[in-house]
Design a protein around this ligand. Structure first.
Ligand SMILES: Cc1cc2nc3c(=O)[nH]c(=O)nc-3n(C[C@H](O)[C@H](O)[C@H](O)COP(=O)(O)O)c2cc1C
Length: 182
C-alpha cells in the first residue's frame, strides 16, 4: 500500500520558527506508512485578490493549490499572532477556498496543531484556522487538538510532548474519509 501523504503548512515564515521545527521533527519521526511534506512557498503567495484569481493565477498560489489537491491530508502547524492565525496562513486558506465549492481544500481531511511560548499554546489561532478551513470546505477532524505551551523550555526535547504531536499526525493519517462520508 502506498504511503499516506500529509502536506504540512507552517504558519510562521521566520527561519528559526519553533512551529517549523515541530513540522520538521514530525517529518523525521513520521509513523510507518505516513509521509509528511512541508510546503515551502507560503511567503511568495500574494494577498488574495479576486482580480488575480482569473485566467492567470499567480504561480505561487497555483503551486499551493496543486500541492494541497495532490495530498491525502493537510496538517497546519502554526503559532498565534494577536489572538488569531498569522496573515500568511489566513491568506493561504483564502486561495485554497476558491473556486467556490471546488477549491483544493474541498473534502480534504484537515487538522491544526502548534505551539507558542504562552500558557495557551496558540489555541485561538488553532480554533480560528479550523473554523476558517471548515468554511473553505475542508473536512476538519474532530479531536485533533494540540495547542502546546512552550513556556517551560525546549518542547522538542520532551518525549511526552513529541508523542502527543505525533499522536495528532497518526490520528490524521488513520482517519478514513470514506467511512466518515458514509
Ligand atoms: C506579531 C506577533 C503577534 C503575536 N501574538 C501572539 C498571540 O496572540 N498569542 C501567542 O500565544 N503568541 C503570540 N506571539 C508570540 C508567538 O507565538 C511567538 O513569537 C512564536 O514563537 C512564533 O512562532 P514561531 O516560533 O513558529 O515563529 C506573537 C508574535 C508576533 C511576532
Amino acid at each position: 500500500m502506498s504511503d499516506t501523504r500529509i502536506l504540512v503548512i507552517v504558519g510562521s515564515l521566520r527561519a528559526d520558527s519553533l512551529n517549523r521545527r515541530i513540522a520538521e521533527t514530525l517529518r523525521t519521526q513520521a509513523p510507518d506508512g505516513v509521509r509528511l511534506e512541508i510546503f515551502d512557498g507560503l511567503a511568495e503567495i500574494p494577498f488574495y485578490n479576486e482580480d488575480l484569481d482569473g485566467e492567470e493565477v499567480p504561480s505561487a498560489a497555483v503551486a499551493l493549490r496543486d500541492r494541497v489537491a495532490d495530498a491525502d491530508r493537510v496538517l497546519v502547524v502554526t503559532p498565534e499572532y494577536n489572538g488569531t492565525m498569522p496573515a500568511a496562513l489566513n491568506n493561504a486558506i483564502d486561495w485554497l477556498s476558491r473556486p467556490y465549492g471546488v477549491g483544493a481544500l474541498t473534502g480534504k481531511p484537515f487538522a491544526v496543531i502548534g505551539a507558542t511560548p504562552t500558557p495557551y499554546g496558540g489555541k485561538w489561532a488553532h480554533d480560528d484556522a479550523r473554523r476558517s478551513a471548515g468554511i473553505a470546505g475542508a473536512q476538519v477532524l474532530d479531536g485533533i487538538e494540540v495547542s502546546q505551551s512552550a513556556l517551560a523550555g525546549d518542547i522538542l526535547a520532551d518525549e511526552e510532548v513529541v508523542g502527543r504531536l505525533l499522536g495528532a499526525v497518526r490520528a490524521l493519517a488513520d482517519h478514513d474519509p470514506e467511512a466518515a462520508a458514509a
